[in-house]
Design a protein around this ligand. Structure first.
Ligand code: TMP
Length: 220
């Protein structure tokens, strides 16, 4: 396939243990099979400076989480660097970017406590993201109990939990509902995927949306 002028930007969202990393690799392989150059990245993180911010926010000194507003600012500082140093240059070079979490995670995770208003989060995110809005966001949805079993199976007994993983079931349930709300409110960009299925079934469902993006990219 001829390289498209601009790459496409796909983000994967959803609670912990919903299978975003597995899906990310499956989509990369399928796109590569179509001759598309793909870069995989994640948030918070993706560049050396953003990874340093990730370590600070997820495992803060002393173990006490930052307040939601401070978390939102740090996530967006990391995002600004990630966009400038990795995402925008890749898209401009015609490479597709698949990012494990992006701005919807800020709206959800820093929004669920209610301490920072949705409007404040939305305007902060909009300012940082600017025109680099995802072309497609796949929101992986699974019951919290299933997601927790998967996380437990993945982690060894001695693996430390980060500040988000330590939160209770109610928090993770609120996260699930908030992602579903975003999917409902932005149906053109966001597709809700039932992630309680087998990984290849999830990949097939996701691929139907990515294939549409691919055919529209080839037309333009
Ligand atoms: P994960 O990438 O291993 O899922 O862990 C990242 C954690 O960071 C996850 O619990 C969600 C959280 N997070 C936020 O709270 N806000 C954000 O903007 C992003 C990108 C992630």
């Amino acid at each position: 396939m001829s390289q498209t002028a601009r790459g496409r930007f796909i983000t994967l969202e959803g609670g912990e243990g919903t299978g975003k990393s597995t899906l990310q690799i499956a989509l990369r392989d399928r796109l590569a099979g179509q001759g598309v150059d793909v870069v995989l990245t994640r948030e918070p993180g993706g560049t050396p400076r953003a990874e340093a911010i990730r370590a600070l926010v997820l495992t803060p000194p002393g173990g006490k989480p930052f307040a939601p507003l401070a978390e939102a600012l740090l996530m967006n500082a990391a995002r600004s660097d990630h966009l400038d140093e990795l995402i925008r240059p890749a898209l401009s070079a015609g490479t597709w970017v698949i990012c494990d979490r992006f701005s919807d995670s800020t709206r959800v995770y820093q929004g669920v406590s209610g301490e920072v208003s949705p409007e404040a989060l939305q305007s902060l995110v909009a300012h940082v993201v600017g025109p680099t809005c995802p072309d497609l966001t796949l929101i992986l949805d699974a019951p919290v109990s299933i997601a927790q079993e998967r996380r437990a199976a993945r982690k060894g007994p001695k693996d430390a939990q980060d500040v988000f993983e330590q939160r209770d079931l109610d928090f993770h349930q609120s996260v699930r509902l908030a992602f579903a709300d975003i999917a409902r409110s932005e149906p053109d960009r966001c597709k809700l995927i039932d992630a309680s299925r087998l990984p290849n079934e999830v990949a097939d469902a996701a691929w139907s949306h990515v294939a549409q993006l691919l055919s529209s990219a080839e037309v333009h």
